[in-house]
Design a protein around this ligand. Structure first.
Ligand SMILES: Nc1ncnc2c1ncn2[C@@H]1O[C@H](COP(=O)(O)OP(=O)(O)O)[C@@H](O)[C@H]1O
Ligand SMILES: [Mg+2]
Length: 476
């Protein structure tokens, strides 16, 4: 009897009519039953038996039953119990009463509710952030879960996604490269993904290893940057068209040379033919091959122009920076010569290749050349000058991990006060119509995209130098 009273849970014994015939102290303290109370009245303040009653089951089948129940405390607060009922039999084995034991689990229940609430709060956040979030199996890279934003971004429903491997979303042929990249890096920028409708999607990917339901996974968030890139590309294109105008003069000069060779050769042949003179075979051959090679040269110049004006597709490839620099300076060689500006090349012949989009990079170099030209013109304008006063020097070298490009001029340099601003969009010190202020800001973006950095150095009265540092390691 002592034990019955001391156990730390409520115990009652009830007859077949659910009337309480015995109870322990804990029950008395918790529920303050009155003499002759029914179980449902004492526990829950009801006037009728509960619909789902474990006691009833025990009376029916003589077995032990469990249930989870809810009731009201003396002070009106809700209480949850786990209830266990077992039969009490007489010596003849007939059930004469049943014992009901209940353990209060209100605290656990409250915690569970809290957890559920916070879980559903996080689930709502998970689903509603605009980024796509994926949970991948760390080994197979199969998608095990994803949020609702993935459908907006990729067009696939969650159900369709869960059947896929994450690498299926990559557009490039070398999915294997991406598979190993995902396992080894934390950020992959500007990758091409494929939308369900076949269109291309540019995304930045963040990867973090984690555990999910006791398995190793990667949590991946991908943000759609397609629209931002499109706007950027449009701006780059606009500034490129301005550059093209500047290039046109250079190209005209460039084209003049092959054209005059062709002209000379064809005039010679025409004259001879008119006079019905024969031309020796080997001379004729030399003439014709001169015409042939100069036609090639002219079409190369025109092609180059056409390629440059094309909107860049952000295709990264291995690039020898020296060649690209030579080519950019080549376009302006005549124009610079006419202005008395010397070009000095000091490139490292053993320069390693880098990975970048050649079309965009060429635009960077041209921007630097035009800025150097403008700076020199502004400083020396009509002043008398000695040879070597007006000069653009371009250098390349490598430290094994980076390739450095330097374009230095003998213009007025960059005043300290504006050195912070020159890379800002639309910052220009040139008169309206001459400068757009886009050159350096666009160059900055392009260099950043291939993992590099561009910065300026200026010594007063000693001109300016722009230095670009590219990583050699393939970052894509
Ligand atoms: N080589 C240079 N020497 C001196 N100042 C320069 C040089 N390059 C750029 N700058 C300064 O940076 C500004 C921004 O250059 P940029 O973005 O190319 O625009 P823009 O050439 O249209 O002015 C220039 O207006 C000029 O003041
Ligand atoms: Mg400029």
């Amino acid at each position: 009897m002592n034990l019955f009273d001391l156990v730390p849970c409520s115990i009652t014994v009830q007859d077949k009519n659910y009337k309480i015939i015995k109870y322990n102290r804990e029950f008395a303290d918790k529920f303050s039953p009155r003499e002759g109370d029914y179980c449902f009245k004492a526990y829950k303040g009801r006037n009728k038996k509960c619909a789902d009653c474990p006691l009833e089951k025990t009376f029916m089948d003589g077995n032990i039953h469990f249930d989870e129940q809810r009731g009201v405390n003396k002070d009106g607060t809700t209480v949850h119990w786990i209830v266990k009922t077992s039969p009490i039999k007489n010596s003849a084995g007939e059930i004469i009463a049943a014992m009901e034991m209940s353990i209060n689990i209100t605290q656990q229940k409250l915690l569970q509710d809290k957890l559920k609430k916070s879980e559903s709060k996080y689930y709502a956040i998970f689903n509603n952030i605009p980024n796509s979030v994926f949970v991948l199996d760390a080994e197979s890279l199969k998608i095990r879960d994803c949020n609702e934003s993935t459908e907006t971004n990729y067009g696939y429903t969650r159900k369709e996604m869960i059947e896929k491997s994450f690498t299926d979303l990559f557009q490039d042929k070398n999915k294997d490269t991406f598979a190993s990249l995902i396992k080894s890096s934390s950020i992959i920028n500007k990758v091409k993904h494929q939308h369900k409708d076949g269109s291309t999607l540019f995304v930045d990917i963040r990867i973090s290893p984690s555990e999910y339901h006791d398995r190793k996974v990667f949590i991946i968030s991908s943000s759609n940057i397609t629209q931002r890139l499109e706007t950027e590309q449009q701006l780059i294109q606009a500034s490129k068209l301005t550059t093209l105008g500047e290039m046109a003069t250079g190209v005209a000069h460039e084209l003049n040379q092959p054209l005059s060779v062709i002209k000379t050769a064809s005039t010679f042949i025409m004259k001879k033919t008119n006079k019905q003179e024969t031309i020796e075979n080997d001379i004729l051959l030399t003439m014709l091959s001169k015409i042939d090679s100069n036609v090639d040269r002219a079409s190369k110049i025109i092609n180059h122009m056409r390629l440059f004006s094309r909107k860049s597709t952000l295709e990264f490839e291995k690039i020898q920076v020296n060649d690209l620099l030579d080519r950019a300076f080549q376009i302006f060689s005549q124009q610079l010569k006419i202005r008395g500006i010397d070009v000095v090349s000091e490139t490292d012949k053993d320069l390693p290749v880098i990975t970048a989009d050649p079309n965009s990079l060429e635009q960077v170099f041209i921007n630097l050349i035009l800025n150097a030209r403008d700076a020199i013109e502004e400083k020396w304008g009509n002043k008398g000058n000695k040879p070597g006063d007006k000069k653009i020097i371009y250098k390349t070298h490598s430290d094994g991990e980076h390739v450095f490009v330097e374009v230095r001029d003998t213009g007025g340099g960059i005043p300290e006060a504006i050195s912070e601003k020159i890379f800002e969009p639309f910052f220009t010190t040139k008169e309206v119509g001459k400068g757009t202020g886009l050159g350096l800001s666009i160059s900055y973006g392009i260099i950043k995209d291939c993992g590099g950095r561009i910065y300026a150095e200026s010594a007063k009265d000693n001109g300016a130098a722009f230095i670009i540092k590219f990583p050699i390691k393939d970052t894509m």
